[in-house]
Design a protein around this ligand. Structure first.
Ligand code: HEM
Length: 428
């Protein structure tokens, strides 16, 4: 690895750790007992569980003091997420939207959201992603990462795989050129944009201006890629190719609009997958019997991916805002109340999941909330699932993969964006 590549990875690791730290605040090392206690004692809580633990909360990123209610039960979270008319999403961009000119599909509501989502949808459908999985995603994982890792016999999976692989594989699917420096810069800037909201004002004085610079840097790096794509004139089955050809409101997107849309999509594409992969590996490595089960029958890979996403989601909460006076779980909710849906708790609600703490890959699944639900359900879900399946398949090619006893056991931490700092492993 060149020293240039190493410093890009160092920057990504530093940005990733900073986000985990601020998402951890004063929360307990293992948040699940807290989630269980709250679900039992106070399933509809008047207050913000994340702010109470000193971490930034999407329900009030700007610390405006709006009233917030936290929901801990699956059925309440499911009810809110599937009804985007009553429980709106425009608060999502508070705290970092300015860095990307507030063009965030997830922060749009109503007709504006439905129309843009329909325009973007085609390359994100399961059919399209599965068609390209073996040509765009698998070669990146196998040739760029696994082949290089295999002879070493050991690795920190966060640093050497989880951080760089989603950007390399997802960016190939976006239609980006094979440019490692560009990819890692974009990934770092994306983390810096999303990492802007902070509870500590001193930290916010650094992260907020930095996110503005990062947002502009993303745009400036994406625009020439889009312009070069158009000049080549060859339209491929990737996301940029789709955005060049699709019509929205009766006209085609300009290069400026495509660059802004791509920037907005990239914010969602990297870190979420990094953390989901790392959380999946920690859970499987902590349960060698389950890892063996998948090793012996790789057709279980999709189930293992879904079960780990359920049991320890990287995005542990989703926020909404009440569009009018409403009611949830028997509580009146005044218009303008922020709603924090504690997905990490809902995913372990025993009303819905038998023996919810158990890592049980053959469990009967219910609609998964880790990617959200309803009109805003993650647009990139099929891409993320394909990446995670290919990545787990690759890991199973490393014989006798196990935790490295020379390092402390990895801990998944954080109230919202959750993940381990490092996952040190060995193989034969
Ligand atoms: C395992 C990885 C991922 C996780 C856990 C995840 C999680 C989520 C969640 C929870 C939401 C819903 C937010 C809400 O309802 O407020 C969401 C929305 C979204 N995600 Fe993902 N995501 C992942 C990967 C990706 C990827 C790879 C992309 C690719 C571009 C992506 C693009 C989006 C977009 C555009 C939305 C907004 C959809 C809308 O509002 O209609 N995500 N994601």
């Amino acid at each position: 690895m060149s020293s240039n590549q190493a410093s890009h990875i160092d920057q990504m690791v530093a940005d990733y750790e900073m986000v985990t730290r601020s998402n951890t605040g004063r929360s307990p090392v293992d948040i699940h007992p807290l989630m269980t206690e709250m679900r039992n004692k106070c399933p509809v809580m008047h207050g913000d569980i994340q702010q109470q633990h000193g971490t930034p909360s999407q329900a009030d990123y700007t610390l405006s003091g709006r009233p917030v209610v936290t929901l801990f039960r699956y059925n309440d979270v499911h009810t809110v997420l599937k009804n985007a008319k009553d429980w709106e999403n425009h608060l999502f961009g508070d705290g970092f939207g300015d860095a990307v000119d507030n063009l965030l599909i997830v922060a749009m509501d109503g007709e504006e959201h439905a129309k843009l989502r329909a325009t973007l949808l085609k390359p994100f459908t399961r059919g399209e992603v599965r068609k390209q999985m073996d040509s765009m995603i698998r070669p990146v994982v196998m040739d760029e990462f696994l082949a290089k890792m295999r002879p070493k016999g050991k690795a920190d999976l966060v640093r050497e795989f989880a951080l760089p692989f989603p950007i390399r594989s997802a960016y190939a699917y976006f239609g980006f050129p094979d440019d490692e420096e560009l990819s890692s810069n974009l990934a770092s800037w994306a983390i810096q944009v999303v990492g802007a909201p902070q509870v500590d004002p001193e930290l916010a004085a650094i992260t907020v201006p930095r996110s503005m610079v990062a947002g502009q840097a993303m745009y400036d790096a994406i625009l020439p890629v889009v312009q070069a794509y158009r000049q080549r004139g060859e339209m491929r089955q990737d996301i940029i190719g789709h955005l060049m050809q699709v019509e929205h409101d009766g006209s085609r997107f300009t290069d400026d609009q495509i660059s802004s849309l791509v920037r907005s999509l990239l914010l969602a594409a990297g870190e979420t997958t990094t953390r989901s992969f790392a959380n999946m590996m920690v859970q499987l490595l902590e349960h060698p019997d389950v890892l063996d089960e998948v090793r012996q029958d790789r057709s279980l890979i999709p189930k293992a991916v879904l079960e780990t996403l359920r049991r320890d989601p990287s995005t542990a909460s989703i926020a909404r805002i009440a569009a009018r006076d409403l009611e949830i779980g028997g509580h009146s909710i005044p218009k303008g109340t922020g709603i924090l849906c504690a997905v990490a708790s809902a995913n372990r609600d025993p009303e819905v999941y038998e023996d919810p703490d158990r890592l049980w890959i053959k469990r009967p699944m219910r609609p998964l909330l880790t990617f959200g639900f309803g009109p805003h359900m993650c647009l990139g879900m099929n891409l993320a699932l394909a990446e995670l399946e290919v990545a787990l398949d690759a890991m199973l090619d490393l014989p006798n993969l196990r935790l490295d006893p020379a390092y402390p056991r990895p801990v998944i931490r954080g109230m919202n964006l959750r993940g381990p700092d490092a996952v040190h492993v060995l193989w034969d």
